[in-house]
Write a new protein. Structure first.
Length: 123
């Protein structure tokens, strides 16, 4: 399911120009910036996300999830802090696409989306 969503997002950037991407980003509303959450809020959100994905009977998997999500959040924050206007629309789209119904960001998928979208945009 995530893979299909990822491919749809990739097609969105590959088909559009920077102007179309900005237009689409403004269509979906103001950019969502979960990377600006405090470290404590982010750690809590990541912990809740990983607990929802891995039961408490698998603490090693929860811990691995937390480590990977934290690493990916740092990478996404770096992207957000250095984003040009065209990359800001990529950030907005990936961030929105990989936030679940509970408002928790899947940072691993967000970071992958950012990488993939930038590669597609540069082609």
């Amino acid at each position: 399911m995530h893979y299909a969503k990822f491919l749809c997002t990739a097609a969105w950037v590959m088909l559009g120009t920077a102007a179309q991407a900005q237009s689409s980003a403004s269509h979906v509303g103001a950019p969502h910036h979960p990377a600006v959450a405090s470290e404590a809020e982010a750690a809590k959100d990541i912990q809740q996300l990983c607990a929802s994905e891995w039961p408490s009977t698998h603490p090693a998997l929860q811990s691995h999830c937390i480590d990977k999500q934290s690493e990916a959040r740092s990478k996404a924050q770096e992207f957000a802090s250095n984003a040009s206007p065209s990359k800001a629309s990529i950030w907005a789209r990936c961030s929105k696409d990989w936030t679940n119904k509970a408002g928790q960001q899947d940072w691993v998928m967000t970071a992958r989306c950012l990488d993939f979208q930038v590669q597609a945009y540069q082609k």
